[in-house]
Design a protein. Structure first.
Length: 363
């Protein structure tokens, strides 16, 4: 046999080595003080006193399986039994989640404080069940993080509480009456989702009434021209691009509010454009604004998946756990960070009473 000089064939294979766990036993001896006439026990290390049966890494693993992997307590219990060779009750797993919920409180509250100062926030909401009652999960998508809030209401009061009545940024949202009221009562700058407007215009083109259908076709053609300008952005100067966008906006609003047929659907669309038409085109005059609400809608899909699997929550504590772990999972994904590592750092800081990690890195 003679060597050919060709590069060797290389195959890499990954294997799971036998998993090992360690058990630490800490004994706290007590002594009797004849002066105080009391018994005193030697203090345990903070991580042992606060952590209990599971250490930092196993506690974070339970939270990761429950929050990021949508695993049930029964599934986690089986994983510990069959893979880690650890027998643990579902009741204790509930206690572990309660501890992690508390460990994430500081990081979550920090985002709540930061949110009203964001220049742009996209918002969406979806249904949530609490003991089979209808609640709502709100999703607030900022540039560097995502925050979830579970509430019994779908009203503008939630926005006034979370963002404040004097929010000075731009709110990206759909055309729900909640956002319109917030816009009206608090004088908020809004970017209504242009994708939703396109969907509603397409609906007009399917109506049996010929005049309403023609009205919808005219609006759809104007929207096509608008996106045609956007797609040619790199071919013109900034000044010319801005001029063409503004001109097309005025043309679209003119098409939508003049020579409107008497049909119900066409009239509803015309009233919308007369009253809030400018709010669909905030992105034209405000750089950095997305014309759609896709950012928030994408961020809320994780919650929808979790809702289908878990069927909601059963207590106020479950609500707090859900909104905090969802916030961690979505924010770490947005920043390219490890969820498990963040959970480990949070649990360790909480037990040792040190400063917890930040979900928004300091700039």
């Amino acid at each position: 046999m003679h060597e050919t000089g060709a590069a060797p064939r290389v195959i890499q294979q990954i294997e799971l080595v036998p998993l090992t766990t360690t058990v630490e036993e800490h004994q706290s001896y007590s002594s009797w003080c004849p002066h105080c006439r009391k018994a005193f026990a030697a203090p345990l290390p903070e991580r042992i006193a606060h952590g209990g049966l599971l250490g930092t890494q196993l506690t974070a693993l339970v939270a990761y399986l429950k929050g990021a992997c949508h695993a049930s307590f029964s599934t986690i219990r089986k994983f510990f039994r069959d893979v880690l060779q650890i027998k643990i009750s579902r009741g204790y797993l509930v206690e572990v989640i309660r501890k992690v919920t508390a460990a994430l409180e500081t990081s979550y509250q920090e985002l709540l404080r930061l949110l009203p100062d964001e220049e742009v926030v996209n918002v969406d909401e979806t249904g949530h069940k609490l003991k089979r009652l209808r609640w709502w999960t709100w999703c607030f998508r900022a540039e560097l993080y995502v925050l979830y809030h579970i509430d019994a209401h779908r009203s503008a009061e939630v926005l006034m509480t979370i963002l404040g009545k004097e929010y000075a940024g731009v709110l990206g949202c759909d055309y729900l009456s909640t956002y319109r009221r917030y816009m009206r009562e608090c004088n908020i700058v809004v970017q209504f989702c242009l994708a939703h407007l396109i969907r509603d215009v397409k609906f007009l083109t399917t109506l049996p009434d010929a005049q309403e259908k023609a009205y919808g076709e005219r609006l759809r053609e104007a929207l096509r021209d608008l996106f045609g300008i956007i797609h040619e952005r790199d071919q013109v100067s900034d000044k010319e691009f801005q001029r063409r966008l503004v001109a097309q906006r005025e043309k679209l609003l003119e098409v939508g509010t003049q020579r409107v047929p008497a049909g119900k659907h066409a009239q509803v669309m015309a009233r919308r454009l007369r009253k809030h038409g400018q709010a669909y085109f905030t992105f034209i005059t405000t750089p950095g604004i997305e014309p759609t609400n896709n950012l928030a809608e994408q961020a809320i899909r994780f919650v929808v998946i979790d809702r289908h699997i878990t069927q909601g929550t059963r207590s106020e504590g479950g609500n707090r756990w859900s909104e905090r772990i969802w916030t961690v999972v979505a924010t770490c994904a947005l920043q390219g960070r490890s969820v498990l590592e963040f959970l480990q750092q949070s649990v360790s800081a909480y037990w040792e009473e040190t400063e917890p990690p930040k979900l928004v890195p300091s700039i």
